[in-house]
Design a protein. Structure first.
Length: 272
């Protein structure tokens, strides 16, 4: 029976020669059939890394069984969507991901913390990156190893430390971050759903109004702390207390008589 045009054969060398010829075809659609053919050997795929068509290179980057050398070459491809296809490929190995840590485009770099191939070496490369957003995205992942946690807790960026504070499940790390000198980091601790009531109490007495507000917005403060905060020196804290849906009605009634008109009007609106 005559073979369908474009189908790969089963005769070893003849088969390879056929695929090689098609990989050099002038028509992009023919070359794409070679890329999508599971029988295409690694050496032919490797030879197509410099294909003039972006569509072909993008398809190569998405292949789960693409050879490592090909993926390393594509990690430096000038086409953004080729590199995006590469970082979206769950089979992309760690050594290629490390190259992409320095990619010139944020959307490529920012995909790395969630990639299944991101191991300790990739995380170390991310920690060395000058991209604060990339380091913050790594810090916001739960279940990080102790080395990564410790390094991120010492990161020079408050945004990175705050991201870690909001997501970590390490109690020792939370204790360290609660004492962080930057209020943004302590706000991150208040946003962490894993922290116990006693730590919320501590944050409700923080010197920063932003931290006390974050403690209010956690919805986890005991009644006595809420009652105290109804007389907080910051109108912003009292306004959030009047606004937040978990604030008990007796506290809202106290705030309805607040000396600040915005706080009082917000509390009265809640009571209506």
């Amino acid at each position: 029976m005559q073979q369908e045009p474009g189908a790969s054969g089963t005769n070893g060398g003849t088969d390879t020669a056929h695929l090689t010829a098609r990989a050099r075809d002038k028509r992009v659609r023919i070359r794409l059939t070679v890329v999508s053919d599971p029988a295409t050997p690694p050496e032919i795929l490797q030879a197509m890394a410099a294909d003039p068509s972006r569509a072909v290179r993008r398809a190569l980057a998405a292949r789960a069984d693409a050879p490592g050398e090909l993926l390393r070459e594509l990690a430096r491809d000038p086409d953004l969507k080729t590199r995006q296809a590469l970082v979206e490929n769950p089979a992309c190995p760690p050594d290629v991901l490390i190259i992409l840590v320095d990619d010139p485009h944020g959307p490529v770099r920012w995909s790395l913390p969630d990639h299944p191939g991101t191991d300790i070496e990739v995380r170390r490369a991310i920690r060395r990156s000058v991209d604060e957003d990339l380091r913050r995205l790594l810090a916001e992942r739960s279940g990080l190893d102790k080395e990564t946690n410790a390094a991120l807790a010492a990161d020079p960026s408050p945004a990175v430390r705050a991201g870690l504070a909001a997501r970590t499940d390490d109690p020792d790390l939370l204790a360290t971050l609660t004492a962080d000198p930057d209020p943004k980091v302590r706000v991150g601790v208040a946003q962490n759903p894993r922290i116990p009531t006693e730590r919320h109490r501590l944050l409700a007495n923080d010197r920063s109004a932003a931290v006390r507000t974050a403690a209010v917005r956690s919805g986890k403060l005991p009644y006595d702390e809420l009652q105290r905060l109804a007389h907080d020196r910051s109108a912003d804290v009292r306004w959030w207390l009047a606004t937040w849906p978990t604030t008990p009605e007796p506290i809202v009634r106290i705030l309805a008589d607040d000396p600040h008109p915005d706080v009082a009007s917000q509390a009265r609106a809640r009571l209506r």
